[in-house]
Design a protein around this ligand. Structure first.
Ligand code: FAD
Length: 408
């Protein structure tokens, strides 16, 4: 593995960093306090091509590789988690899953406007009664001729109130021998009759991000909006998590870096007992731990980006990266508050926001406990990756940047 970044990757990193640091950082505190999304953020991320970074140009994307997506997420979350959450919901859960499992017609109809940022997507799996145990999904769709009739509730959905499209997994067969085999995935237009939605308020973190609920009452969904085959919903959802977790892992790496940089800055400026606190070894230990965790988290997500670029499944590696980076980011943010003393405990500094934001990532897209179960499954050989009917395509620079659709 060669982890030196190409000039295109460096350019992407710089462009995303400029956007986040210059346009969002100066106002994020205000919107986090108000618990309101920044009104122009999604449009701007679309204009800059950030929302469609890892998709081929022929699908309206930026033609960049999967590692570039991780680099972008790190830069976004180094400023605020809600920016990376956009990439997790829109680009990871919705767009990349469509790219992997969708038909050519679905890619033309849905992925192109998503990649261009003309439409916003989200991924809806969690329900009021189930999160970790997705096989227990109760929302359901029944086929009636050329359409399905879909009903149910989805909860804790990032971008629920902003999205035009949702990639949603529901039950289509209540008699399947294994509950997971009775699930199917659809791409649903959220302006359809029978859809209602709202926002959730009072969250601990990601306060400038829109998190909400979706309700479906006898919503007619054309058969051509079914992604994959009937009964493939669980596998498709697990693919969605492979992509979403990668964005979460790379984003959390940005929190570690931001905590480290804030701590170094403050420790050099603040004096106690006649010298900068950076010269006290107990403070140095905290900074050293953050530096070490940043390095590990970065290498772990680079590995996933590299595997994705090769077209190799990375479920285990993604799980390790997600578990490590999210927990390390929570720890780094907590220690950054400690380094800042009382000032760190107020929102005068950013570090308290990092801590509130970091906690959520230990819960969503598979909690830390679920990641441990996944990793134990691989280690004990109780779990192995079986080939999927549709794999995420390997990155190929020439075809990604070409406007011509390759014949398969
Ligand atoms: C800010 C935010 C954004 C989100 N965005 C989305 C989104 O865009 N789309 C979406 O579909 N969902 C989203 N979610 C929901 C998230 O994915 C779920 O909260 C998560 O999967 C956990 O489910 P749960 O909250 O129902 O917890 P539960 O599944 O009820 O788990 C509760 C606790 O029990 C533990 N636990 C569960 N099972 C086991 C077990 N077998 N062994 C040991 N411990 C276990 C869990 O780790 C957790 O600590 C979001 C959540 C948040 C907070």
């Amino acid at each position: 593995m060669d982890f030196s970044l190409s000039s295109q990757q460096l350019m992407t990193q710089k462009m995303v960093s400029n956007f986040a640091q210059k346009e969002v950082a100066p106002i994020i505190k205000e919107f986090d306090r108000k618990q309101e999304p920044i009104p122009w953020v999604l449009k701007r991320m679309g204009e800059l091509g950030i929302l469609g970074l890892p998709f081929p140009v022929r699908y309206g994307g930026g033609g960049m590789d999967y590692l570039s997506l991780g680099l972008a997420c790190e830069e976004l979350e180094a400023v605020d988690t809600h920016l990376r959450v956009v990439m997790s919901g829109h680009t990871g859960l919705c767009g990349m899953t469509l790219f992997q499992w969708g038909s050519e017609a679905q890619k033309q109809t849905f992925l192109v406007p998503l990649a261009k940022g003309e439409k916003i997507g989200c991924g809806a799996f969690t329900e009021p009664g189930t999160g970790s145990d997705l096989a227990a999904i109760r929302s359901a769709a029944r086929r009636e001729g050329d359409h399905y009739v879909l009903s149910g509730e989805k909860m804790w959905i990032s971008l629920a109130s902003k999205a035009d499209l949702v990639l949603i997994t529901v039950r289509t067969d209540s008699t399947a021998q294994k509950a997971a085999e009775g699930l199917s995935t659809f791409i649903v237009d959220l302006s359809s009759k029978g859809v209602t939605r709202g926002e959730l308020h009072g969250k601990l973190g990601v306060r400038a991000g829109a998190t909400g609920w979706l309700s479906f009452q006898d919503v007619e969904v054309p058969v051509e909006n079914r992604v994959g085959q009937e009964g493939e919903g669980f596998k498709i959802t697990m693919s969605a998590f492979d992509h979403g977790r990668y964005t979460v892992a790379s984003g959390a790496t940005g929190i570690i870096r931001a905590s480290l940089e804030a701590s170094v800055r403050y420790a050099k400026a603040r004096q106690t007992f006649g010298k900068p606190i950076a010269e006290h070894q107990l403070i140095q230990e905290k900074i050293a731990q953050m530096a070490q965790d940043y390095e590990i988290a970065r290498l772990l997500y680079y590995q996933v980006g590299w595997l994705k670029n090769q077209g190799k499944r990375a479920t285990r590696e993604t799980s390790v990266a997600k578990k490590f980076a999210t927990e390390a980011s929570f720890h780094a943010a907590a220690e950054a508050i400690q380094v800042h003393g009382a000032y760190g405990y107020s929102d005068e500094f950013d570090v308290e926001r990092y801590l509130r934001n970091a906690k959520g990532a230990m819960i969503y897209e598979g909690s830390s406990e679920i990641q441990l179960l996944i990793q134990a499954g691989y280690a004990l050989a109780e779990r192995a990756d079986k080939p999927l009917r549709c794999e995420l395509p390997a990155y190929d620079e020439a075809s990604w940047q070409s406007l011509i659709i390759a014949k398969t």
